[in-house]
Design a protein around this ligand. Structure first.
Ligand code: ADP
Ligand code: MG
Ligand code: MG
Length: 898
């Protein structure tokens, strides 16, 4: 087994083995781009190390072999006293992970070689600056010394000299600082800073391996659902120096704007600096465009390379580069993270440029991103005090109480507060706080600072580099230019799309993307066609419009909505729903009608019951007429009454108290007493497993017949009004075909009566929900009596796992997620192996009995991206979800088929 690959040996498709950074360094090397030579230690070596607690025996020799080759090529040896070869040791997993170990630069420098480096470069200051950086980074990341100690010593040196930036420290100052740094290392670790270059390198490699299981890395993986057993690669890359004076520098660049997706020159550049300075936001960078004036040749070459990379990767790339005395070097590239809006814009741009197909474009966006674009945003017309302005780093509208450290962010958010994490700049230790916060505000750093990159990755609102806001984390406060002081706990609002920061809570308005789905030109306007709404919108709305069209062309799954009133149905229709997959009839029994239901339940005689049912019938019918009208021409699946009866009756304790009080006061309470008896009679320990669904229909005579009649009469009325009602009657909670047959017989009789009386053929279909394991297991039999199945995956998940959804999410799911028993709650994303395999089997068995059986799903899973892909795979006909999720489901159904 080969554990080490030279940059010339790998390529971009070897991310599993070489990590993202290593694979792309190899790809760039092979494209002939200027990459400093080096090699990559594979993730396999890391896995062996993590499993056995030591490096694989062959690794040392292999590294030596590659190091020799590198030394020969560079004409100098690692740490050689008179002319040292220096390298960086860089972590790099398959997925980029900000929680991982930082890179250590300048490995190979020592007391012995620092003078050699100075002599070779003709720059004393540079050599000592590089050495102090090595001790600082190595001390912090490899030896585990508290980074603050170095920071403080550096601050102190600047203060003593009366300067504000590190470039103003001269060689002598830095030399003194190196002495202090070495003392810190000796004091904190009980050993001297290692002087042997190879030992430095080996320790750094091991530290990268170890960082895979660091707390921050584990947290990040959980958050991003990255598997825990991939391991990380390690890249050894010969150093190039951006800190060799004003004709040197380092920067980051994007081939397009990762915030908006627009084309142009985006990036940050920092003169006379080493790479980590830019990312850390230590000094303020200049926009990349200014590089043109500083070093035209390098700038032009960089633009050229960016174009090469975009065409090669056919996507937005982000890039790290360094200029060493006028020579450009590429240090990293990858397909870059982007905001949701940018993802949509870029996908359509690349189609227009002919770089990708429409099917590929669909793979470049996600339903989660679309959902993000549908969030409301701040009302521009609201009059609120503007505190200041920063860089729009990650869009969204976030409101919360200002907190100035991650610990407080986590603590407050646990107790239900919404918080905005305010920092001067963030670092990987802030990850917990960033996850807990609604949004992140920093006063330093650009679009590529830690805060910006991580927030974009998490889809969190972020404003960064708001320099005019003076953030004082020690005193837990922030001061605006006009003198306004924001203390911990004061409410602020941040707009990640404009970079604006407001005092207090700013009201929000619907997003333009939602206005588009509503078919409106703008808030408040009347509905028009989607084409017209898109034409009136900005380029983001137009991109969404086009991507939705691609998805609709591509998808096989139909998308319906869960809706039980005409208003939701009309909205769903505007959002592209192709029918209603679930109309719950429960709500039709609530409110003022509750009393009628009480009468029905309490009825002692046939005639009392008939009366109650007779009163409910016209009300139900009117509901259905409206619904069928709103969904004219499209299927509407109406589920007969499902929930346990006690939900319609008063609370048992309240009622007991009322009865007891009336008794004591000797007031009449006959009705309450009867009600109480009924409530007692119906009381169940486990109502969700009790008298509900089809069981109700079988036990309460006339109930289902009344509902069926209401549906049939409503359909007849619509028919007579020249409408096109397409009702489907759905029986819930069936466990055996016998239940269904009994209900079916009665329903058919009622429908025949209505058809007879109205003189129209109604074409109603009858089917069932598959939401009990027994139903799934006997689906072949059930299909004899059902014209359609709708998988009720909420109940099916509850009953397959034996989890009560109402209880377990709050009680032990967190522990399960932490222990990795699930990656995600099975109520959120379908459990493919368990619940999913039942769905698959039931679909097959059902179709074996009845080839034209219509199959759908109506649980929450119908709007969940992952689950939509699964339902596509198992061949269902449609998914049904809440109206707002309909566009997401359409997009994901398109992606599943693309
Ligand atoms: P990260 O994954 O945190 O970006 P990197 O390994 O990319 O870590 O390195 C951190 C910084 O150091 C980057 O700015 C990178 O460009 C710079 N860097 C890494 N290796 C070298 C090198 N050999 N020469 C010069 N700069 C380097
Ligand atoms: Mg990097
Ligand atoms: Mg159910």
């Amino acid at each position: 087994q080969k554990f080490v690959y030279d940059f010339t040996e790998g390529n971009k498709d070897l991310k599993d083995l070489l990590g993202g950074k290593g694979a792309n360094l190899a790809e760039m090397t092979n494209l002939g781009l200027p990459v400093p030579p080096g090699f990559t230690i594979t993730t396999e070596a890391c896995k062996v190390y993590l499993a056995e607690g030591q490096e694989p025996p062959a690794l040392r020799d292999e590294v030596s072999g590659h190091l020799d080759a590198l030394e020969r090529r560079m004409g100098k040896k690692l740490g050689q006293a008179d002319d040292p070869l220096l390298v960086s040791v860089r972590s790099g997993a398959k997925f980029s992970m900000p929680g991982m170990m930082d890179t250590v630069l300048n490995i190979g420098l020592s007391d012995a070689s620092v003078a050699g480096l100075a002599a070779q470069a003709g720059d004393e200051r540079f050599a000592w600056d590089s050495y102090r950086r090595l001790i600082q980074m190595f001390g912090k990341t490899v030896l585990g010394v508290d980074g603050e100690l170095f920071e403080e010593a550096l601050e102190e040196a600047k203060r003593a000299k009366g300067v504000t930036t590190d470039v103003e420290l001269d060689a002598a100052d830095l030399r003194t600082l190196v002495g202090e740094f070495k003392e810190i290392v000796a004091r904190e670790t009980g050993r001297d800073f290692p002087q042997d270059p190879r030992e430095q390198m080996d320790l750094a490699i091991r530290a990268v391996f170890d960082s895979w299981n660091g707390e921050r890395a584990k947290l990040y993986r959980r958050q991003e659902r990255i598997p825990g057993d991939l391991g990380t690669a390690v890249n050894i890359c010969s150093m190039v120096f951006g800190n060799l004076g004003p004709d040197s520098g380092t920067g980051v660049a994007f081939t397009r704007d990762p915030a908006s997706g627009h084309q142009g020159v985006y990036g940050d550049y920092l003169q006379n600096a080493q790479g980590e300075d830019v990312v850390a936001g230590i000094r303020n960078t200049v926009p990349l465009a200014e590089l043109e004036a500083l070093d035209k040749a390098s700038y032009d070459q960089l633009m050229q390379i960016m174009e090469t990379l975009e065409t090669h990767y056919r996507d937005l790339c982000d890039i790290e580069f360094t200029i060493e005395r006028g020579k450009l070097w590429m240090l990293q590239t990858r397909v870059g993270k982007r905001t949701a809006g940018a993802a949509f814009r870029i996908a359509t741009q690349l189609v227009d440029q002919g770089l990708i197909s429409e099917a590929e474009a669909l793979q470049r966006v996600t339903g989660a991103q679309l959902a993000q674009l549908m969030f409301p945003r701040f009302d521009e017309k609201a009059t609120t005090e503007l505190l200041g302005r920063g860089i729009a780093a990650s869009p969204g509208a976030a409101v919360g109480k200002a907190v100035f450290d991650s610990y407080t962010a986590v603590k407050w958010s646990r107790s239900g507060e919404k918080v905005i994490l305010v920092r001067r700049e963030t670092n990987p230790d802030d990850l917990n706080g960033m996850i807990a916060a609604e949004g992140i505000l920093t006063s330093r750093g650009g679009k590529t600072s830690h805060a910006a990159v991580v927030a974009r990755g998490m889809g969190k609102t972020c404003v960064c580099g708001a320099e005019e806001l003076d953030v004082d984390t020690k005193r837990r406060r922030m001061v605006a230019p006009d003198g306004t002081v924001i203390e911990e706990g004061d409410v602020i609002s941040i707009d990640g799309s404009s970079g604006k920061v407001y005092l207090g809570e700013v009201p929000v308005v619907p997003s333009p993307v939602v206005e588009y789905f509503e078919g409106r030109m703008h808030a408040g306007a009347d509905a028009v066609s989607h084409e017209a709404a898109a034409a009136a919108g900005d380029d983001l709305v137009q991109s969404v419009h086009r991507m939705m069209a691609f998805a609709d062309q591509m998808r096989r799954l139909r998308v319906r909505a869960n809706a039980d009133n005409a208003e939701d149905a009309s909205r769903a229709r505007r959002f592209g729903a192709q029918g209603i997959g679930l109309c719950r009839t429960e709500h039709m029994f609530l409110g003022e009608r509750r009393e009628l239901v009480e009468r029905l339940i309490l009825a002692d005689t046939e005639s009392e019951r008939e009366q109650a049912l007779g009163a409910l019938l016209p009300l139900q019918k009117a509901d259905f007429v409206e619904l069928f009208e709103a969904m004219d021409g499209l299927p509407v699946t109406v589920r007969l009454l499902d929930p346990p009866l006690h939900e319609f009756l008063p609370d048992i304790t309240e009622l007991s108290v009322r009865v007891a009080l009336a008794e004591a006061r000797q007031e009449p309470h006959e009705n309450d007493l009867r009600l109480l008896q009924a409530v007692h009679k119906l009381h169940e320990q486990n109502p969700m497993l009790g008298l509900r669904g089809v069981r109700l229909g079988l036990v309460i005579p006339g109930l289902f017949a009344m509902q069926v009649r209401a549906i049939a009469e409503a359909a007849a009325e619509r028919r007579n009004a020249k409408g096109d009602p397409r009702a489907e009657i759905m029986i819930p909670l069936v466990g055996t075909v016998q239940e269904l047959e009994i209900v079916r017989e009665e329903a058919e009789r009622v429908i025949a009566e209505v058809e007879q009386a109205s003189g129209v053929r109604l074409g109603l279909t009858l089917g069932t929900m598959i939401e009990l394991p027994r139903a799934a297991l006997t689906a072949g039999q059930i299909a004899e009596a059902a014209e359609f199945f709708s998988f009720g995956t909420n109940d099916l998940t509850q009953t397959v796992w034996g989890f009560s959804r109402d209880d377990v999410e709050a009680s032990f799911f967190t522990a399960y997620l932490e222990k990795g028993i699930f990656g995600v709650s099975p109520f959120e994303t379908i459990d493919r192996d368990g619940v999913g395999s039942l769905v698959r089997a039931a679909a097959e068995a059902g179709r074996a009995t009845r080839p034209d059986l219509k199959l759908g799903v109506c649980g929450e899973h119908g709007g969940d991206p992952e689950s939509v892909h699964f339902f596509h795979e198992v061949g269902l006909d449609y998914v049904s979800c809440s109206p707002f999720r309909v566009p997401v489901a359409r997009l994901e159904a398109g992606r599943a088929a693309a």
